[in-house]
Design a binder for this molecule. Structure first.
Ligand code: NDP
Length: 238
């Protein structure tokens, strides 16, 4: 069955791999982007919808655009995220609030916008993309880790609130994946991260996408409120 899927931040990195995985499985997929060329998105069989998730109006409009193209959103993947790393005493309030506004409040905005249709349909699948550091913490990433930990509380609250309506909320917590987000790390930082990964390598965006797709599948119909690590074992023990 072909479902209406919306992936935030689906124009590159992990989000693009997630969007492709759903499209390969026969779903109709809309992806948000903020600016730039969209030809390659369309070539991949995806529908680009312009949206900055820090703007509630744009989020509402993006969901409406996805609805007009593909029908009410049945699968939502809140993937868009940013980092603004800084040590505590140098971290400004803007650094902190800005990251939370995108990563956590942004997810809340898009979930709220998509939920109305899911409530009406009495079914839905929501997957939030968190991070291993949401549970382990990470020096220099107090803002990012707090936002990613917040996603777990968000998902679990909504899993309890909307479970009776057959809407599931799950979290995928990736470890280290080589994307735009991690490209600026130094060789030393990369080596330090790798030393903490039992599988001894970075993950691929496709490996994250596989877990997201599973959680949105019929096979995962009795899974809600779960946090699924896809981190090569990096976060074991939480
Ligand atoms: P990228 O930096 O490659 O992609 C980030 C995506 O988020 C882009 O599509 C970007 O859109 C979008 N985005 C950022 N801010 C906004 C905004 N305000 N409104 C709309 N879209 C926005 O990172 P990844 O693909 O690596 O990250 C995807 C998710 O995975 C993030 O939530 C990240 O925290 C998480 N993650 C990544 C890990 C990694 O190692 N890479 C590890 C753990 C978690 P645009 O192109 O317009 O900037």
């Amino acid at each position: 069955m072909s479902r209406s899927v919306l992936v935030t931040g689906g124009n590159r990195g992990i989000g693009l791999a997630v969007a492709r995985a759903f499209a390969d499985g026969g779903d109709k997929v809309a992806v948000t982007y903020r600016s730039g060329d969209t030809a390659f998105i369309e070539q991949a069989g995806l529908v680009p919808v312009r949206c900055d998730i820090t703007d509630a109006g744009q989020v509402e409009r993006a969901c409406e655009e996805a609805r007009q193209r593909h029908g009410p959103v049945e699968v939502l993947v809140a993937n868009a995220g940013v980092t603004r790393d800084q040590l505590l005493l140098r971290m400004s309030e803007e650094d902190f609030a800005g990251v939370v506004d995108t990563n956590l409040t942004g997810a809340f905005r898009v979930v709220r916008a998509a939920a109305a249709g899911m409530l009406q349909a009495r079914k839905g699948r929501v997957v939030l993309v968190s991070s291993v550091v949401g549970m382990s913490g990470s020096p220099g990433q107090a803002n990012y880790a707090a936002s990613k930990a917040g996603l777990i509380g968000l998902a679990r609250s909504l899993a309890r609130e909307l479970g009776s309506r057959n809407i599931t909320f799950n979290v995928v917590a990736p470890g280290f994946v080589d994307t735009g987000m991690t490209r600026d790390l130094t060789a030393q930082q990369r080596a330090d991260i790798l030393a903490r990964v039992p599988l001894g390598r970075y993950g691929t965006a496709e490996e994250i996408a596989a877990a997201v797709r599973f959680l949105a599948s019929e096979e995962a119909s009795y899974i809600t409120g779960a946090v699924v690590p896809v981190d090569g074992g990096m976060g074991m023990g939480h």
